[in-house]
Design a protein around this ligand. Structure first.
Ligand code: PSV
Ligand code: MN
Length: 396
């Protein structure tokens, strides 16, 4: 007998966790400027404290992805301290993101730079990050490279590809048992002519060349318009090469908008591919779900809670697809019925079932309302504004 919808939703939510990005709690902006929020976290401790609140009210965000340089000011030496700060706030350190795009040495690239010294520095930083991951017990090393070129003829694309393979292989050799490296792709920005790892095919090739612990990371914002992201997901799942996601939404390019704010059906279709894979294979897709958003205008913690709730909702809707029925419609090429089967799950209001799940897990049915009622935001706004004023006056 098929499970009742509320049981299906409960099972899906019990199995679903999504990682918060430490950088989503700090002041960020566009290349035209930053609008400062008094409540924004100003250091790693505050980022974890805010993340802890998001987890406390949603119950599905127990870990925080961190950026080396931004969250480990003293590199490896600060790994244990960063871990302790996370634990103090009821979360743990998640994926480690090396940063090989900020330093001056990376002006023409990192692992793909024509300058051997830059390639060496990038590899060293990535290997240090592997060591940090070993201390923090992080499973994943998330690798995003800003490498590319902005004018035709200025870079040897094949040489850069080969340097990348060398660097990624050297990284793979350092991974301990149980660790993974996730190769992220992005079509453009900051480079505007060619990007070394520009799409899922290039990331797949790089991951395969690196070794069996390397998988592909799909950032939903890193695609050209009209690209069929769920097909990429389906293919990578089928190849056992999908490692995880950076979730966000977009309208034009890598906009880093709130997940599902522009196209919730897109996110649902991604979750559907995963649920269908799990239904057919009987295997759990071993994926790291992560948020990668820049909260420039909305309140950062509120946007994070909104994102986690949206992810839960779309994951729950995808769990409600009647897979057995869909398989029959697909077999018989019943096009309208197959499509309606998918759409009826998407149209189901899963929110009452999710609220029930929250109550049964001791969580408030409306995490956003509960967060607002907690007074945390007002308290940190006051404290952080006072700290900023103090810093200005002591400087003056
Ligand atoms: C690049 O746009 C990216 O998506 C990468 O994942 C980075 O790690 C992240 O944004 C934050 O800069
Ligand atoms: Mn990303």
């Amino acid at each position: 007998m098929p499970a009742r919808p509320d049981e299906t939703v409960c099972q899906a939510l019990d199995a679903f966790q999504i990682e918060l990005p430490s950088w989503g709690f700090a002041n960020t902006g566009t290349r035209f400027g930053k609008f400062i929020q008094a409540a924004a976290a100003t250091n790693t401790e505050e980022k974890f404290a805010d993340a802890g609140q998001v987890h406390k009210f949603t119950g599905c965000c127990p870990s925080v992805a961190v950026h080396v340089l931004w969250d480990f000011p003293a590199g490896k030496a600060s790994a244990a301290e960063t871990m302790a700060l996370a634990a103090k706030s009821g979360v743990r350190v998640g994926a480690i993101n090396p940063n090989v795009f900020q330093d001056q040495i990376y002006k023409h690239g990192s692992l793909g730079s024509p300058d051997a010294e830059a390639r060496r520095a990038a590899l060293q930083h990535i290997l240090d990050s592997v060591e940090i991951a070993a201390v923090t017990g992080s499973r994943d090393l998330s690798l995003w490279f800003a490498d590319g070129s902005s004018y035709p003829g200025t870079a040897n694309i094949r040489h850069r590809k080969q340097w990348f393979i060398e660097g990624l292989r050297a990284t793979h050799r350092r991974l301990a048992e149980g660790q993974r490296m996730l190769v992220e792709y992005k079509p453009f920005e900051p480079a505007f002519y060619h990007t070394d790892i520009a799409d899922w095919g290039m990331a797949l090739l790089m991951a395969r060349a690196a070794g069996p612990k390397a998988k592909v990371l799909v950032d939903t914002g890193h695609h050209y318009q009209a690209q069929n992201i769920e097909q990429i997901v389906a293919w990578l799942l089928d190849e056992d090469m999908l490692g995880g996601f950076h979730f966000n939404d977009r309208r034009y390019a890598d906009d880093d908008l709130t997940l599902g704010s522009i196209d919730p059906y897109q996110v649902f279709r991604i979750f559907h591919q995963i649920a269908q894979y799990e239904f057919e294979t009987g295997r759990r897709a071993d994926l790291a779900y992560m948020i990668d958003q820049s909260h420039n205008l909305k309140g950062k913690m509120e946007e994070m809670i909104q994102t986690a709730m949206t992810a839960q909702e779309l994951c729950a809707k995808a769990a409600l697809v009647d897979h057995a029925k869909l398989a029959l419609h697909q077999r018989d090429a019943d096009l309208v019925d197959a499509e309606e089967c998918l759409k009826s799950a998407f149209a189901t209001d899963a929110r009452p079932m999710i609220q029930e799940w929250r109550r049964s897990r001791g969580l408030a049915p409306d995490p956003l309302a509960a967060f607002r009622a907690s007074g945390y935001l007002e308290r940190v706004t006051r404290e952080r504004a006072a700290k900023a004023a103090g810093a200005v006056s002591s400087y003056a």
